[in-house]
Design a protein around this ligand. Sequence first.
Ligand SMILES: *[C@@H]1O[C@H](CO)[C@@H](O)[C@H](O)[C@H]1NC(C)=O
Length: 165
Amino acid sequence: MKSFAALLTAVVAVLPFVAADFVPAGSAAHFFSTQNTSLVFAPEFGASGASLVAALPGDGSSADITALFPKFGTGVPTQIVYGDWCISANGVVPQSSSQTLYIADCDSEDETQLWTINEAPATVSNADGNCITLGRAARGVPVTLGECTDVLLHLQTWDPKPISA
Ligand SMILES: *[C@@H]1O[C@H](CO)[C@@H](O)[C@H](O)[C@H]1NC(C)=O
């Protein structure tokens, strides 16, 4: 069965993506970076508002700011929520000085707050073909909006782990 083994290897070789876990609607999740599985994307509140950064995951309690709720779950456009705040791409421009994603008051009419959590490849993308991107996997590094491309894919994969109640 040597040729079968070779075929399997070839099939695996053309599937470089990571498949994300399924997140049911309304369940909070930690979105782990596949670059460094200790890190998640999470809001960080500062003087000029809240931006999205790479952070260590919290304890999964209701006070855990790193536990984010995809309102409608995986595979469909959804807000990604903490409390009354949503991840926003409004005014965020890839490869510019305003590429950092931030947290805004949730507004269900605002399409820039809609993200699709994809299962394979495990990206979090928007309707403009942009993905949630982590340039350098270290704590506190800003999480940015980047064009979803094969070249950037390794910076754009996130493994959401639902938090069990
Ligand atoms: C992952 O990130 C954590 C937190 O910043 C850091 O302590 C650790 O060294 C990183 N691991 C790797 C493999 O870079």
